[in-house]
Design a protein around this ligand. Sequence first.
Ligand SMILES: Nc1nc2c(ncn2[C@@H]2O[C@H](COP(=O)(O)OP(=O)(O)OP(=O)(O)O)[C@@H](O)[C@H]2O)c(=O)[nH]1
Ligand SMILES: [Mg+2]
Length: 479
Amino acid sequence: MSDAERQPGRRSGGAVEQDREQELSLRRAEQRRRAAQRVGDHAPQEGVPIFRPVERAVLVAVHSDQESRAEVDAGLAELAALCDTAGSEAADQVVQRRPHPDPATYVGRGKIVELRELAHELEADAVIVDAELSPAQQRNLEERLELKVLDRTIVILDIFAQHASSKEGKAQVELAQLSYLLPRLRGWGDALSRQAGGIGTRGPGESQLEVDRRKLSRRIDRLRAELREAGATRRRKTKERERAEVPTVALVGYTNAGKSTLLNRLTGASVEVGDRLFATLDTTARRLELPRSREAILTDTVGFVDKLPTQLVESFKSTLEETLRADLLLHVVDASHPQADEQMAAVERVLDEIGAEDMPRLVALNKADLADPDALTGLQREAGGVPVSAITGAGLDALRAEIAESIPVRRKVIEALVPYDHADLVARAHEEGEVLEEEHRAEGTRLVADVGPQLSAALAAYAEADPWAGDRDGSASGT
Ligand SMILES: Nc1nc2c(ncn2[C@@H]2O[C@H](COP(=O)(O)OP(=O)(O)OP(=O)(O)O)[C@@H](O)[C@H]2O)c(=O)[nH]1
Ligand SMILES: [Mg+2]
């Protein structure tokens, strides 16, 4: 049954694949160069291991009673994409049907023999499992296969390590890597190496064969403290924003759904976009203009993935906390993806995990230009989202209107004496807000109006004392 279960067409051969091979090897060389640079740039004070590079891997999944075959295949296809992003090649894929994974070795005994032969035949240097292995499973499997064994978690951690660019992002990834590594120290013992390149090589620092567990724990503590500090700084910044009374909208969604593209399109920002997984790791905030002169702050952050490693959720908590403080979550869905439903569910699971289940949200069904119209209608019926295309711009006005409807209005009453050469501000107050009092004086128009934050900022230059300060606490400071 094994041959029938293997997915054909993944072995090399033919001119197209040769080109692809060449492209891959160029890409790997570049990644090696960057990895070497990274280690040099950010070597931590204490050494932690770097893993041996993986160039070609056989992917393996157990098809258990909990999942459909389609889900298993989608998981493997995604794992192959993750490997590609990380700079390794998926040489072949193997699925084993079992009621549940083997607690000792993940796959069954027979499959181990088959896997070993297959890996040998394909000259693969690793087996990558589409699950998170327990430290014991990994160790046992590695011993029996006489091959390096990685899991989905380490591949994702590796991608994050390659992409993290801010100081905080790097610290978050290093913390996640060390948390993963700590219980596995023994297992990695003889797999360690000084070489760089390929999945798992973006270890958090300099190589050192015998790693002191205590040193590692100390480093973890220090990273946690660093991140707490960074979190506190960010919270102060968020407070400032709150004081500015601008509501915030947080983009959330599966990786590659088009969050950054949408942010760019809606706000004119130029956040990096990529047709790869986890293009974004750092948080960006931009001003979003909405109908009727309303505005919001739109934030873009790390995307989610099915089986997002818990270590990452844990260490990205402070980044994700910002999401929790938003007034509205804008859930971006890749409506053209065959697994759009499952991806939405995976995002909902992560949101539950970080405590965002009750937050107000709006769904944007993105990539409507690519999506099958029937599938789009189906998604719309289920999730009630707004179909948009961040590329063509279709549906964005409707989306802006929906966002404006869904965020709280933060208006305030201000009193201003507007010079006659700024009569446009008075006109705007009539249009956008509610004019409560208006009086023409020699110096200009005295206005008491209930306006949104943007206009109130523009009027601030001509503001008089808070007209209703006396009704509250008597401090008529004019701010
Ligand atoms: N056809 C089409 N492609 C889109 C659309 N929106 C985004 N894309 C493409 O989808 C890919 C991923 O876009 P990103 O904006 O990087 O996605 P993201 O959600 O920010 O992904 P991560 O940061 O990796 O989590 C890019 O190649 C985009 O050009 C769309 O509306 N239509
Ligand atoms: Mg992005």
